[in-house]
Design a protein around this ligand. Structure first.
Ligand code: GZL
Length: 332
C-alpha cells in the first residue's frame, strides 16, 4: 500500500511541477516561452543579421556576438546574405526552437507582418535592431534600437548647404543609395533631400542603389561618370559605397574630395583614413556598436519589464579636418 501511495504522491508532485513550469513560461502567462528563461536559466536569443555587406555590418555582428558572450546569453545567429526570405526562414526556425527572444535587423522595411504575428502568437518577444519595419501594428515588436536615418541624411545635406553657402551653383549631385527598400536608404534619401530643398542651386542629377557594397558602389559611380558630364558632389548612403566610388573617380582621372566632393555615412575606420587623405569631405556617423544595449533590452523583455518603444544611439558628424584627431579612438 505504502509503495502505491508513494507512486501516487510522486505522480501528483510531477504533475504540479509541470503545471507550475507552464504557468510561468507559457505564452499566455509568462513574458517568454523559452526553455531557459522561465526558470531563471540562460536566455536564448535568436538573432537574424542582414548579411556581411559592409564594414558597418561586420562591426555590428562583432558587437552583438561579443555582447551576448559577456551577458551570458545563448546566441543563435543567422546571416541572411541580404535576402528577406532567408530572414523570414531564420525567424521561423527561432520560433520552432522556442527561443526566449528574437532580435533582427530587417533588410527591407516591408513584408514582415505575417512572421511577426507568428512570433507574437508563440509568445516570443521581438526586438528590432538597426533597421525598422513599416508595420502598422506596433504590438508586433517590443522596441527599436538604432539610429535616426532621416537625421543622418539631413546632417549630410546641411553640411553640403554650409559648404556651398557662398557658391552661385548649380551644384550637381550624384547619389549612391543603400539597399532598395531598406529603412536607411529610404530615410537617408529623404533627410538629405529635405535639407537641400530650400536652395534651387542643388540638383540631384542621378540617384541609384549601390546596395551598400564597395563593388556595386564603384560600378554605379563608373556609370554616373559616363552619363553625367559635370558632377560636383557624391552623396553615398554608406562608407563602403563611397570607398568603391572613390576608386572609380580616381580611375577616371579626377580627384575625390577636390574635383568631386564626397559625403558619406557610417564612420568606419577606412572612411576616416580616406578623410585624412583628403578623399572624403565629411562622414555622418552611424553607430553599429549596439550589442550591449541589445542584451540589456533582451533581458528586460524576457523578464516582462517595460522598455521604451525606441532607443536611439548617440552619433556625430565628422568633417575632414576632424578626422586625424578622431581616428585613433575609432572603435570600428
Ligand atoms: C545602418 C545600416 C546600414 C549601414 C550600411 O544602420 O543598416 O547597413 O549604413 C549597412 O553600411 O550595410
Amino acid at each position: 500500500m505504502a509503495r502505491r501511495a508513494a507512486l501516487v504522491l510522486a505522480a501528483a508532485l510531477l504533475a504540479s511541477s509541470a503545471l507550475t513550469g507552464c504557468s510561468t513560461q507559457g505564452p499566455a502567462a509568462g513574458p517568454s516561452s523559452g526553455a531557459g528563461a522561465g526558470r531563471g536559466g540562460t536566455i536564448t536569443l535568436g538573432f537574424s543579421q542582414v548579411g556581411a555587406e559592409s564594414g558597418w555590418r561586420t562591426a555590428n555582428t562583432k558587437s552583438v556576438q561579443e555582447a551576448a558572450k559577456k551577458a551570458g546569453i545563448d546566441l543563435k545567429f543567422s546571416d541572411a546574405q541580404q535576402k528577406q526570405e532567408n530572414q523570414i526562414k531564420a525567424l521561423r526556425t527561432f520560433i520552432q526552437q522556442k527561443v526566449d527572444v528574437i532580435a533582427f535587423s530587417p533588410v527591407v522595411e516591408s513584408g514582415w507582418d505575417t512572421v511577426l504575428k507568428e512570433a507574437k502568437d508563440a509568445g516570443i518577444p521581438v526586438i528590432l535592431t538597426d533597421r525598422a519595419v513599416d508595420t502598422k501594428d506596433t504590438s508586433l515588436y517590443k522596441t527599436f534600437l538604432g539610429s535616426d536615418f532621416v537625421k543622418e541624411g539631413r546632417s549630410a545635406g546641411e553640411w553640403l548647404t554650409g559648404a556651398y553657402a557662398n557658391e552661385p551653383g548649380p551644384v550637381n549631385i550624384v547619389e549612391l543609395q543603400g539597399t532598395t527598400g531598406s529603412a536607411p536608404a529610404n530615410d537617408r534619401k529623404a533627410g538629405f533631400a529635405e535639407a537641400i530643398r530650400g536652395d534651387g542651386k542643388f540638383k540631384i542629377v542621378a540617384s541609384q542603389s549601390g546596395d551598400f557594397t564597395r563593388a556595386k558602389g564603384k560600378e554605379v559611380m563608373q556609370a554616373f561618370l559616363k552619363s553625367q558630364k559635370d558632377i560636383d558632389v557624391l552623396y553615398a548612403h554608406n562608407d563602403d559605397m563611397a570607398l568603391g566610388a572613390i576608386q572609380a573617380i580616381e580611375e577616371s582621372g579626377k580627384k575625390p574630395g577636390t574635383d568631386i566632393k564626397v559625403i558619406s555615412v557610417d564612420g568606419i575606420k577606412d572612411a576616416f583614413v580616406a578623410m585624412t587623405e583628403g578623399k572624403i569631405n565629411v562622414v555622418v556617423e552611424c553607430n553599429p556598436l549596439l550589442g550591449d544595449q541589445l542584451m540589456e533590452l533582451a533581458k528586460k523583455v524576457v523578464a516582462g519589464e517595460n522598455v521604451p518603444p525606441r532607443v536611439e544611439t548617440e552619433e556625430g558628424v565628422f568633417p575632414q579636418d576632424k578626422a586625424a584627431a578622431a581616428l585613433p579612438s575609432r572603435k570600428y
